[in-house]
Design a protein around this ligand. Structure first.
Ligand SMILES: Nc1nc(=O)c2c([nH]1)NC[C@@H]1CN(c3ccc(C(=O)N[C@@H](CCC(=O)O)C(=O)O)cc3)C=[N+]21
Length: 299
């Protein structure tokens, strides 16, 4: 049976480290790290994540701002708010919760965030830095960055020569995940909906990352014995067995069967999800260190 990778506990370690770095920053007389979270509209799932981000930011000792804007907010109004946050020296990280309402061009909004405050790592400058291996100054998207920390906990820092298969090619997870694994000297394959014989390809993976957003798509017999399986999916599915109208969270991996073959596996919930929030804090404290002209801390 696989080792269950406790993302919640690793995330808590990261948060404790961020807290300590925040205290050190204050002791040096520098500004407290500031994180601004902007949410447009009333999507209930988004509200939950945003509340959790604000809570963790406070736990880290950050200056935490939240802008909750009505769904009718215009693109122009949102861009103005971002411009103001870009210019505000008490803010080191800006996160605009996605998805945005359809009348707002999300790409335009993301590219308006100052790259040095883009703690989501979605701006072209940060994407380009990751793609060219400029990891010293890049902000890396939080979910893949957190997944890498979990992989290093299991396999150590040296991943040279391992076969990694990333299932999913999104700009937010699949592509940056593949770039991180490549930077760590893995042999990386990105699989997607057009990939031929995905089960056979997945079985070549020493590190298998599932980031497709399809509940329990990765089956037990896709997993190479001993592989490290990272499940990025968070899917809410009906759970009539829990009662009428009830639901439960599952990942992109059929957990019970995959756990029989894997060497280590992340659960859902309690795996990658908590790491995403922790890495947002890590990126924000790093931004504050850079703004103060100090060496960037590593995680
Ligand atoms: N600009 C932007 N950046 C994001 O990082 C971003 C976003 N927009 N939009 C929404 C998604 C979603 N997201 C999650 C973060 C943590 C959990 C998390 O901690 N999940 C818990 C379970 C939570 C539950 O029970 O629902 C877990 O997996 O254990 C989930 C999802 C960040 N996102």
């Amino acid at each position: 049976m696989a080792e269950v990778i406790d993302g919640k506990s690793v995330a808590e370690d990261v948060v404790q480290k961020v807290k300590a770095l925040t205290s050190e920053l204050s002791a040096k007389g520098a500004t407290r790290p500031g994180l601004a979270v902007v949410i447009v509209g009333e999507d209930p799932a988004s509200q939950v994540y945003v509340a959790s981000k604000s809570r963790t930011a406070k736990e880290c000792g950050f200056h935490s701002l939240q802008h909750t804007l009505p769904a009718e907010t215009t693109e122009e109004e949102l861009l103005k708010i971002i411009g103001d946050l870009n210019a505000d020296p008490s803010v080191h990280g800006i996160l605009v919760q996605l998805p945005l309402p359809g009348h707002i061009d999300a790409g335009k909004v993301i590219q308006t965030i100052a790259p040095e405050k883009d703690v989501d790592g979605f701006h072209f400058i940060n994407v380009g830095k990751l793609g060219t291996g400029e990891l010293e100054t890049a902000f890396v998207p939080c979910t893949p960055a957190g997944s890498m920390l979990l992989i290093e906990r299991v396999r150590g820092k040296d991943l040279s020569g391992l076969n990694a298969v990333v299932v999913g090619r999104s700009n937010i997870v699949g592509k940056p995940m593949a770039n991180l694994l490549l930077a760590a000297n893995c042999t990386v394959t990105i699989a997607h909906s057009r990939t031929k014989d995905l089960p056979a390809l997945a079985r070549t993976a020493d590190i298998l990352v599932a980031a497709v957003g399809r509940p329990e798509m990765v089956k037990g017999d896709w997993v190479k014995p001993g592989a490290t399986v990272i499940d990025v999916g968070i899917n809410r599915i009906p759970a009539p067995e829990k009662g009428e109208g009830k639901s439960r969270l599952v990942g992109d991996v059929a957990y019970a069967e995959a756990a029989k073959a894997a060497g280590a596996i992340t659960p859902v919930p309690g795996g990658v999800g908590p790491m995403t929030i922790a890495m947002l804090m890590a990126n924000t404290v790093a931004s504050a260190y850079l703004a103060a002209g100090l060496k960037r801390p590593s995680f």
